[in-house]
Design a protein around this ligand. Structure first.
Ligand code: ADP
Length: 505
């Protein structure tokens, strides 16, 4: 059956798009009704004219060449794939179009049918989307910058205050003064916890944190948690059980550590008797780390909300209490960022279990044993004041730390820069431990100072690396038993605890 030309004509007339048919020389042979709506010309006005009359002048010359290319290798295709195409109305106004072409074999001549669609709306939406995305990127960038500044400029003085407080507490000999200083210390602690939580949240949100994925032993994380929380648990009379494990996982150890810290801190906070247990086991998806407590538990109606920001069970917002309802929302963000899984089960009055599932490590364990065997050589003679090298480019923090450590009975040599630190490492043969800020002058890092010290004093030379943020690529430094990472503002007692721990081992 052949279609009548009448039928073809009426189909073309009622097509939703403007349609034209041109011959091999680019002359318009046919135009449907929609051409009028789109271009402002009557069909009769365009028939017989070159197709280039429907496009902006600046494209005409090029189009002639393209058109010749098309008619010599014809196939159905959208025109100008990947390019933005523009058409021109009778009144000179331009508009974006989408054109699809198909060849029509007519005896020995190839004609081309073109369907033309006005995509002004789509183009506008796309442009708006692009603009919105660019604005969001800019906002994120300035948020990250704000955060970097806030984190550095607020943590620095807070660090100074907290060290000065530590020094004063050790010098004060009246009970009244001591009490004032203790309250001051508590306020400082609250302030830095809130600052850290807010910065963590916003950093995770702004995308400023790039996960640094590697294989690492779970035992390393659990050991760090034990070190940090054993004291707190003991103070509350809780058993703090950290089960041994040889399992290895693949993820970002710093971020996972941060999430686990929040879970452990909560477990201790909401448990008044019994135990807090940390364990790890293999599951089909990888490794499951569990934080289990025998605390007050969470009622089922609250469970779905505890990961939300500022959500606290049974506490009206804006009443002050221990915590801000941010801990679990940080955990949630880390889980999302690293694509992990978290679940919680809880029975009121009996306890809660938080389970974090992490992909298993890809490479088999091997390096750990080697790492563990690199212990620090016994550096100083008993009875003699231990010699600390302190590297910090901020003079306020440097002086406060030096004063504080001196008060603690250490011999302290302080360096303000990377170069000065290297010089001092050369000059002194008896440095027992290096404490260095991560970001130093001129883009140098504390990691480099520590590496230099280890070159001179041996592989396991004890060191503490202090960071103002959680981002920097610290992967270059292998974490081991003799290197501690800690973030500003570090509390005076914690610093002493770290130093003692390292010098005893
Ligand atoms: P907060 O700063 O209040 O601890 P989180 O976001 O860490 O904020 O936790 C939200 C709420 O979830 C807490 O207020 C607490 O009621 C509840 N919660 C979290 N962990 C535990 C736990 N281990 N045992 C009991 N309740 C918990």
């Amino acid at each position: 059956m052949t279609l009548s030309s009448e039928l073809v004509r009426s189909v073309l007339q009622s097509a939703p798009d403007a349609m034209i048919i041109i011959d091999g020389s680019g002359t318009i042979l046919y135009a449907n009704r929609q051409v009028t709506a789109l271009f402002g010309y009557q069909p009769a006005e365009v028939v017989g004219s070159p197709v280039e009359m429907l496009m902006p002048e600046r494209f005409r010359g090029r189009h002639v060449t393209h058109r010749q290319g098309y008619t010599s290798s014809v196939r159905v295709r959208p025109m100008g794939a990947g390019l933005e195409l523009f058409a021109r109305r009778r009144d000179g106004r331009e508009f974006p179009v989408e054109i699809s072409l198909s060849p029509i074999q007519q005896q020995d001549e190839v004609l081309v049918a073109a369907a033309i669609r006005d995509v002004t709306d789509r183009a506008r939406v796309e442009k708006e989307l692009r603009d919105a995305r660019a604005a969001a990127d800019r906002a994120n960038l300035s948020k990250s910058r704000f955060l970097a500044t806030a984190s550095h400029d607020l943590r620095q003085p807070l660090q100074v205050l907290s060290l000065l407080n530590g020094t004063l507490r050790r010098l004060a000999d009246s009970e009244d003064v001591n009490e004032v200083l203790e309250q001051q210390e508590q306020a400082l602690g609250t302030m830095s916890r809130l600052l850290n939580a807010l910065l963590d949240i916003s950093k995770l949100e702004s995308g400023a944190i790039m996960p640094d994925i590697c294989d690492f032993p779970v035992a390393q994380l659990l050991a760090e948690l034990r070190l940090e929380y054993a004291g707190l648990a003991a103070n509350k009379g809780l058993d703090f059980v950290v089960e041994t494990t040889g399992l290895r996982v693949r993820s970002d150890p710093t971020l996972i550590g941060q999430a686990l810290k929040n879970l452990v801190a909560n477990a201790i906070k909401y448990t008044s008797a019994g135990s807090v247990t940390l364990s790890a086991r293999k599951v089909s998806q990888g490794v499951r780390i569990e934080v289990r407590d025998t605390g007050r538990g969470i009622a089922p109606e609250h469970l779905p909300f505890i990961f939300e920001e500022f959500y606290q069970v049974g506490v009206a917002t804006n009443t002050s209490r221990d915590g801000y309802g941010l801990g679990l929302s940080i955990v949630q963000r880390v889980v999302r960022l690293l694509d992990l899984r978290i679940d919680v089960s809880s029975r009121p009055g009996e306890g809660s279990t938080f389970g974090l599932e992490i992909p298993a490590a890809q490479a088999a364990a091997a390096a750990d044993a080697a790492l563990r065997s690199q212990r620090a050589p016994a550096t100083a003679l008993a009875g003699k004041a231990r010699h600390l090298l302190l590297v910090e480019d901020d003079s306020g923090v440097r002086n406060a730390t030096r004063l504080f450590l001196k008060g603690e009975g250490y011999r302290v040599t302080a360096a303000a820069s990377h170069a000065e630190a290297l010089q001092l490492i050369k000059e002194h043969a008896d440095i027992d431990l290096v404490i260095s800020d991560y970001h130093l002058d001129g883009g140098r890092t504390g990691a480099e100072v520590i590496s230099a010290a280890r070159e001179r004093f041996g592989a396991g030379h004890p060191a503490i690396l202090v960071t103002g943020d959680t981002t920097p690529a610290m992967a270059s430094l292998k974490r081991d038993d003799t290197l501690r990472l800690t973030s500003k503002p570090i509390n005076a007692d914690d610093l002493v605890g770290l130093i003692q721990g390292l010098l005893q081992s």
